[in-house]
Design a protein around this ligand. Structure first.
Ligand SMILES: *Cc1c(COP(=O)(O)O)cnc(C)c1O
Length: 408
């Protein structure tokens, strides 16, 4: 597809990165192959050394995987100009999971003696990766509150060993949203590597490259796939040479690559991404308004509500507040369990961003093993319910919530 003409974003979600198949299949097939053939010793040498574009081995690259990578790179770069005023070029590398993409980003950029600075509300898996794996490699993790911009400035200015600013926004459990523009400005002023986990917002709502970040990560398992059919992750970078060399090599050597089948499911999901996001947003807004007015609900954490502490920041950097929210029931832990057990239509499951509405009760599931004190400190109160509002008719979502709240 020509990259010269600026196509609409919806069109990019459908056609972006597609190349005519050798057998003229309409959709890029699932290239289920572990290796590729060479014409000659010279051809093999040229491909292996990167002088000629082509595929050598499944862990390094695959045409089905490549299509997903190119499409998502175009979506994240959409409408953004580089420093020369040309359309921003990005390179994306698909991974086995969001955690795989985050691991490549960290290990491809940090070494022993480096420090990284992050916010106290991160995805649980990321927090554990930092606490249980990365910190054992001589890399120090500093966690502060990114809402406190002065504290961020002082921390960075006072410690030259800090090499990276790791941002995730919005984030669990209370859907916190920190200021991408301000944080990136501070990070870049000190020459830090700035990265953002954009899983919750997606490129539909926020484009972190607009603010000058170096890397964006996604769990494609969530909104990008959108149908809950595959686990995957993507790492996107603007330093194309570095992405093609050091970063790609890190992925290859970690063995964190994706595969053709899951990449196919992802590209298929991306075709309806814009349409899905539109509906997620309108449903999310209506469900949040319903919950905010319900007598059994103590608090609703939704970025679209003026009562959310990060409402103003969210409205500055997000096109819409999206469809992720959490809410506290007045009745605490028992009410939370009764509510979840009473759901008839909506799905009780972790994960997010799928067509169907997913609800989970962290205190009895993902955070049951965390001591109560610590859990409360993270904002996971006894009655907190997290919800990813899906694409069902909103009346049906609200009807199921209404009857489950009556039982709570
Ligand atoms: C799910 C998720 C991850 C991890 O992704 P996996 O695909 O499960 O490995 C990372 N960050 C955020 C914000 C997530 O929601």
């Amino acid at each position: 597809m020509s990259q010269n003409k600026q196509l609409g974003f919806d069109t990019v979600c459908i056609h972006g990165g597609h190349q005519l198949d050798a057998k003229r299949a309409h959709l890029t097939p699932i290239y289920a192959t572990s290796t590729y053939t060479f014409d000659s010793a010279e051809h093999g040498d040229a491909i292996f050394s990167g002088k000629t574009p082509g595929y050598a081995y499944g862990r390094f690259g695959n045409p089905t995987v490549n299509e997903a990578e190119d499409r998502i790179a175009m979506m994240e770069a959409y409408g953004i100009k580089d420093e020369q005023g040309n359309p921003l070029q990005l390179k994306a590398i698909l991974h086995a999971s969001g955690m795989g993409a985050i691991t490549t980003m960290l290990l491809g950029n940090l070494k022993a003696g480096d420090k990284m600075l992050s916010h106290h509300s991160l995805y649980g898996g990321t927090q554990e990766l930092l606490d249980k794996v990365i910190c054992n490699l001589g890399i120090e993790i500093i966690i502060i509150d990114f809402h406190d911009i002065e504290k961020v400035k002082a921390t960075i200015a006072g410690d030259p060993a800090i090499k990276m600013l790791y941002i995730e926004t919005p984030a669990n459990p209370t859907i916190q949203c920190v200021d991408l523009e301000e944080l990136t400005k501070i990070g870049k002023a000190h020459n830090l590597i700035v990265c953002a986990d954009n899983t919750f917002a997606t490129p539909y709502l926020t484009q972190p490259f607009k603010y000058g970040v170096d890397f964006v990560m996604h769990s494609t398992t969530k909104y990008l796939n959108g149908h809950g059919t595959a686990v995957g992750g993507i790492l996107i970078g603007k330093d194309i040479d570095r992405m093609k060399t050091v970063i790609n090599k890190t992925k290859n050597l970690l063995g964190a690559n994706s595969n053709a089948f899951e990449a196919f499911l992802l590209t298929n999901g991306l075709r309806t991404f814009s349409l899905r996001m539109e509906r997620h947003c309108t449903n999310g807004e209506k469900v949040a308004a319903f919950l905010a007015a319900h007598p059994a609900v103590e608090t609703v954490y939704y970025l679209g509500l003026a009562s959310h502490p990060d409402h103003a920041t969210a409205m500055k950097q997000m096109k819409h507040a999206g469809a992720m929210m959490s809410f506290e029931l007045k009745g605490g832990l028992d009410a939370g369990k009764r509510f979840i057990n009473s759901l008839q239509l909506l799905t009780h499951a972790v994960s997010l961003g799928t067509c169907d509405t997913l609800l989970s009760h962290p205190a009895s599931t993902t955070h049951a093993g965390v001591p109560r004190e610590k859990r409360l400190e993270f904002g996971v109160s006894d009655g907190l319910i997290r919800m990813s509002v899906g694409l069902e008719n909103v009346e049906d979502i609200i009807a199921d919530l209404t009857q489950a709240l009556a039982n709570a």
